[in-house]
Design a binder for this molecule. Sequence first.
Ligand SMILES: Nc1ncnc2c1ncn2[C@@H]1O[C@H](COP(=O)(O)OP(=O)(O)OP(=O)(O)O)[C@@H](O)[C@H]1O
Length: 277
Amino acid sequence: MSLAPVPLPPLLAELRQVTFSYADRVILRNITLALPRGKVTALMGASGGGKTTVLRLLGGLQKADSGQVLFDGQDMGRMDARGLYAARRRMGMLFQFGALFTDLSVFENVAFALREHTDLSEALIRDVVLMKLHAVGLRAARDLMPAQISGGMARRVALARAIVLDPELVMYDEPFAGLDPIALGTAAQLIRQLNDAMGLTSIVVSHDLDETFRLADHVIILGAGVVAAQGSPEQVRANPDPLVQQFVNALPTGPVPFHYPGPGLAEDFGPVAGGAR
Ligand SMILES: Nc1ncnc2c1ncn2[C@@H]1O[C@H](COP(=O)(O)OP(=O)(O)OP(=O)(O)O)[C@@H](O)[C@H]1O
């Protein structure tokens, strides 16, 4: 008798009714979102809306005030230090401007996590590093120092570093920031290729609307601490919510305010002629 394989749950990670605050400032309000397994999810929204905070919660770097952060069906909020460490080993993170170690070569930058977290032989480390560098097109750049490579290449080295331990979930925080259009297109294509070839699940925080909508299978728009929309790129584009429309059409005015919330003008400058507030 042959046993049918047990199907994997369709979601690799989820936030369920999560609320999170820094001190007494609520950043995320009862949000529920899902990362479908094997897909590229884009997390977008206005600056300061809590996107990086979502990544930090998924990575177990912050704890939710309430609600559940599930990774492969397990509640990260209930894990002890050992469980968290094991979960993080299954994740690769490429954080905003994640700098390379400037005094290590490209090769050593990628090898770093292998040396820290495994006891692989030198020969195996070499093979794994060269394989990852090959995947990002930089096998021949192994001996260069970070100062000798372009910004786009550095981003690709950081990508090779993020996938060196064969993670299941890769989190990219603004992987396209500061890249020219060609390097940006290359980075997006790489994220897609690595996701599909390595059977990863990816989440990409990005402000680049066009590239990100092209790249993603699933889009989540965060606005003012809540999920304004989530679904396929087409579903999100068609969502009539004013905040979503302001965002997908890059409109300067709409529900997302220009000013960071705080005291009124009169409070800082005194009464203004004409009654401006
Ligand atoms: N360590 C911290 N302590 C207090 N407040 C913080 C901290 N980190 C972030 N915040 C605040 O939390 C809010 C959400 O920040 P977060 O970095 O998650 O937003 P974001 O959507 O990623 O923004 P951006 O797109 O500009 O990077 C911001 O208003 C920020 O000021």
